[in-house]
Design a protein around this ligand. Structure first.
Ligand SMILES: [Zn+2]
Length: 71
């Protein structure tokens, strides 16, 4: 018997927002789309302005965490 599985291979990275210091999850495609403006559309729908790499993170966005948990 043959089964067909659809595997979601969406890759995401965490991007810390400069104003809230919350980490949001951004897909590879959204990184490419937002790289010139420096703003990235997160999986939760928020538009994220990437913070400096030295900015301390204050946890992950709840909606993004739920998106990841559902995968
Ligand atoms: Zn988010």
């Amino acid at each position: 018997m043959t089964s067909l599985a659809i595997i979601d291979r969406v890759q995401v990275i965490a991007v810390t927002d400069a104003s809230t210091h919350r980490a949001h999850l951004v897909t590879d495609d959204a990184v490419v789309a937002g790289r010139h403006a420096g703003r990235y559309r997160a999986v939760c729908g928020e538009l994220v302005l990437a913070a400096s790499l030295t900015t301390p993170e204050r946890g992950c966005c709840r909606a993004c965490a739920q998106w990841r948990a559902a995968r």
